[in-house]
Design a protein around this ligand. Structure first.
Ligand SMILES: O=c1ccn([C@H]2C[C@H](O)[C@@H](COP(=O)(O)OP(=O)(O)OP(=O)(O)O)O2)c(=O)[nH]1
Length: 150
């Protein structure tokens, strides 16, 4: 079954010309996000920067959006999201921003309305944390961080 939601989207003042997030194929998971920089912005090698998108969202309760890198930019230019996946909370009404870092060797020029990242919507279950004295036993127990071998 395909879950279906309405998500409100808003162009922030001064960003009337910015492109709205867009799926580049019908069954794509992610909506590509477009840079709302003035003119162009250059990310030097090793530099990180918060790139504006000019948009804000209102998601229904029980959804989040994740900001993820575009694999083509990562492969060709070493451009990725530093905090991937970035978390957009359902109650956030501010501008969606993308924290990019240039892990490549060359300066990377970002132009206005260039696709810089993608946004994937996810359902968030309702959780109640219950504090207990002891947790149930499992075969793994506390083993982790490679304890099953290479
Ligand atoms: O890549 C991102 C990550 C976050 N945000 C916005 C939406 C999110 O709801 C808010 C807070 O993000 P997060 O919880 O990751 O940041 P924090 O450092 O824990 O800050 P806060 O104390 O504001 O929650 O910032 C973005 O626009 N882009």
């Amino acid at each position: 079954m395909i879950l279906s939601y309405y998500v409100q989207i808003n162009k922030l003042p001064g960003n009337e010309e910015v492109f709205l997030p867009r799926k580049m194929s019908e069954q794509a998971s992610g909506y590509d996000l477009f840079a709302a920089v003035d003119g162009e912005f250059t990310l030097a090698p090793g530099q990180r920067a918060l790139i504006p998108t000019g948009i804000a969202l209102a998601m229904p309760d029980g959804l989040e959006a994740q900001i993820r890198p575009r694999s083509g930019l990562a492969l060709k230019h070493g451009i990725t999201c530093l905090n991937t996946p970035g978390t957009i909370d359902a109650d956030y009404r501010g501008e969606i921003k993308v924290l990019l870092i240039n892990l490549g060797q060359e300066p990377f020029v970002i132009c206005r309305n260039e696709r810089i990242a993608q946004m994937v919507f996810q359902a968030v279950p309702s959780i109640t944390l219950v504090e207990v004295e002891q947790l149930s036993d499992t075969e793994r127990g506390a083993g982790g961080f490679g304890h099953t071998g290479k």
